[in-house]
Design a protein around this ligand. Structure first.
Ligand code: BDR
Ligand code: CA
Length: 313
């Protein structure tokens, strides 16, 4: 199995991605690192611990960044994930405690312990990754690959007309992650808004998976209601963060493009991701000399949901 660290801000869709990673036989989840985002970092850390506690697996959770690397913190989207980050489900305090080490240190240590073997999947603001890069720049040569859920190229953003939430939360960190010389895939709204978990499938998971089903069912109610209210007649919710995991599990479900990527860090387009699409653009500043980032633009949504259900049923 692939050794994986998930850096996240749980978060309803983060929690589903964590459970899928824990349950997939193709993944060895060696640790979870947490960041502010869908809620403050103490809340997201508590939620990661709740998921780990439910799993019964000895997976370390390392608490990370409290605020973005440069800009002031944004408001948490409690209207999407609830004030508790898990759809206002009022779950009891977890008994487990976070690891003694900070998220960025955990990332650096794990990559150095198994050079060439650790994949880093980031599904929240990218502050912990930026911190890890500052702590030990040599991780770019030792990490296996980096997969980010964030950004968007050819659709409107979900926070501003051009920006997706994870990138908008810390655009400086995102720009650093995309321009560092490691292998990065940006799984953004271009594909994540094409894959919906329906209420029918959620009910099936609830009935047929006695272990995780009721938890997944409860945390998704508020989140699904939010997405359904935005588009009357729609059913269920996108599973954003699980798309990054599915890209690792079943890359053939995705069609990708690539190119050097920069993130706008100031002004009305803050958080916009801009890819140099043609080779002549790759020579221009500020894309010049930057590595190519892979970006899925199309996804086989039926194949995606089929494998998601396979993991959980
Ligand atoms: C991303 O933002 C968060 O609300 C979700 O957990 C996901 O990581 C989608 O834009
Ligand atoms: Ca997230």
């Amino acid at each position: 199995p692939r050794k994986l660290i998930i850096d996240c801000d749980p978060g309803v869709d983060d929690s589903l991605a964590l459970i899928l990673a824990i349950e997939s036989k193709e993944i060895e989840l060696i640790g979870i690192t947490t960041v502010y985002g869908n809620a403050d970092v103490d809340t997201t850390t508590g939620n990661a611990l709740r998921v780990v506690e439910l799993s019964g697996q000895p997976i370390p959770v390392a608490r990370g960044a409290e605020v973005p690397s440069v800009i002031p913190p944004r408001e948490h989207p409690d209207f999407v994930h609830g004030a508790d980050g898990l759809g206002n489900t009022a779950l009891p305090e977890p008994k487990l405690k976070p690891a003694a080490v900070r998220a960025s240190e955990f990332i650096v240590q794990s990559i150095n312990e198994s050079p060439g073997e650790v994949t880093l999947m980031a599904v929240g603001p990218l502050t912990n990754l930026a911190e890890a890069l500052a702590l030990d720049p040599s991780i770019v040569d030792k990490v296996k690959e980096v997969v980010v859920m964030g950004g968007v190229l050819y659709r409107p953003g979900n926070v501003t007309p051009v920006a997706e939430a994870n990138i908008y939360s810390d655009p400086h960190a995102a720009d650093l992650v995309f321009t560092s010389p490691w292998q990065v895939t940006m799984v953004g709204l271009d594909v994540t808004l094409k894959v919906f978990l329906s209420r029918t499938n959620l009910e099936r998971i609830c009935k047929e998976n006695a272990h995780y089903g009721p938890f997944l069912h409860d945390i998704h109610q508020f989140y699904m209601a939010f997405y359904e209210s935005r588009e009357p007649g729609s059913d269920g919710c996108p599973v954003h963060d699980s798309s990054a995991l599915m890209y690792l599990l079943r890359p053939s479900l995705f069609q990708t493009v690539s190119g050097p990527m920069r993130v706008v860090t100031e002004g009305i387009a803050t958080g916009q991701c801009i890819r140099a699409a043609y080779s002549f653009q790759e020579g221009l500043e500020p894309w010049s000399g930057k590595p190519r980032v892979t970006v899925p633009l199309e996804v086989n949504a039926d194949g995606f949901i089929e494998h998601l259900m396979e993991i959980l049923l």
